[in-house]
Design a protein around this ligand. Structure first.
Ligand code: PMP
Length: 383
């Protein structure tokens, strides 16, 4: 029974073949650190790192390669923003759909005296923008938002949030875990102060790597949250204030950087618009297939234009974990069940603590994969 991988929202698979090739090239033929040596292989590694920053700038319509900080992952990027920007007594605004990559750092900061409010969301997971206006306080220092929910797939109107934040003079950080590589995304047009992305989901790179794009004025004000050696300014025991060294202590994930740079070249050759068109075609097929199926409740919007390829199903009267288990063992359909590290989102959508079965698609997902999933869902719910 061939496996049908529909857990792309957790991590994308397969990767373009060039990713493994580039990582192998680094590990077998380059091997040198960056910022620490001037010999040829070190310069080659430096060049690939710069190319990666340049590609991130192109992809996200961002002008400052030095401010495209490479992180050990999206969770780290979000921690750098939350931990670096908020002090006891400060106030932060998040949505009622956040992932624990935001909520856990925020709850930890709350124990130190940071306060926060959640923007309420409707039953599909969309923000109540009018309510956001009323949440700002004189001490509000940051707004953090998941661009698309990893539970409902709903894509928020980030441009509207950006305009509201600008009117209040409050920095806006977007968690684009589920949209980067899936939707065209402009740092400039969304009015962002920070954009955090993982390498390993829609951006097709390896795990253990991400990027945090920082607007220059925000980067200046942001305290470094993790500090250490940078290979630069080695006469000082203080973290350099210049970018990107301020936020990049320690030896970076160079095999990952090589792999991600190759992944982004592959992605840019396809173009995000074409990836979005593919996502939309698959979404229409999946949504049409589950519409009106007895015993199946689809979370999130029915309109494919307002979502990404993340589909949570709640099987009425069934144990969702058992459904996911049977999808795998009897049909080879690989999904993810449970709360998806986002208890807040499930509370908003009314599926806490029961959870859902999540099907998620990517560039390498085919119509046949969707049809196989739909046939399995139909067979299981007809029992
Ligand atoms: N935010 C959202 C919306 C996510 O979906 C995820 C990954 N599931 C994260 C943050 C955390 O990303 P990572 O695990 O790659 O650090």
């Amino acid at each position: 029974m061939p496996a049908v991988y529909l857990d792309q929202a957790a991590t994308s698979f397969p990767k373009p073949p060039c990713v493994a090739a580039a990582m192998t090239e680094y590990l077998t033929h380059v091997g040198a650190n960056v910022n620490r040596g001037v010999y040829g292989s070190a310069q080659q590694a430096e060049l690939v790192t710069l190319l990666l920053r340049q590609r991130l700038c192109e992809l996200f319509d961002f002008d400052h390669p030095t401010h495209a900080v490479l992180t050990p992952g999206n969770t780290w990027g979000l921690n750098l923003v939350l931990g670096g920007a908020l002090r006891p007594g400060d106030h932060c605004i998040v949505s009622a759909m956040e992932h624990n990559a935001v909520m856990r750092p925020l709850q930890r900061l709350a124990k130190q005296g940071v306060r926060f409010d959640r923007i309420p969301c409707d039953g599909a997971g969309f923000l109540d923008l009018a309510a956001l206006e009323g949440l700002f306080r004189p001490n509000t220092k940051l707004v953090v938002l998941a661009h698309a929910s990893n539970v409902s797939g709903a894509v928020q109107d980030a441009a509207a949030v950006g305009r509201i934040c600008a009117a209040h003079g409050v920095p806006f950080c977007l968690d684009a875990a589920q949209t980067a590589g899936h939707l065209p995304l402009s740092f400039r047009e969304l009015g962002l102060s920070a954009l955090s992305v993982p390498a390993h989901k829609g951006l097709m790179g390896p795990q253990g790597l991400g990027a945090l794009l920082l607007a220059p004025d925000f980067a200046k004000a942001l305290a470094p949250y993790v500090t250490g050696g940078t290979g630069s300014a080695s006469d000082s025991e203080d973290q350099p204030a210049y970018m990107p060294d301020k936020f990049e202590p320690g030896t970076p994930n160079l095999p990952g950087i090589y792999g991600w740079e190759a992944a982004l070249e592959f992605l840019q050759n396809i173009g995000v618009e074409q990836i979005r068109a593919h996502d939309l075609a698959l979404s229409r097929r999946f949504l049409a297939g589950v519409a009106g199926l007895p015993g199946v409740r689809l979370l999130g919007p029915a309109d494919p234009q307002r979502r990404v390829g993340v589909f949570s199903l709640d099987f009425a009267g069934r144990d969702n974990a058992e459904m996911a288990y049977r999808l795998e063992t009897e049909y080879g359909i690989l999904t993810r069940c449970g709360l998806h590290c986002a208890p807040a989102a499930h509370k908003t959508l009314g599926t806490f603590p029961r959870g859902t079965v999540r099907f998620s698609t990517g560039w390498f997902t085919t119509e046949r994969d969707i049809d196989a999933a739909l046939a399995a869902i139909r067979a299981l719910t007809a029992e």
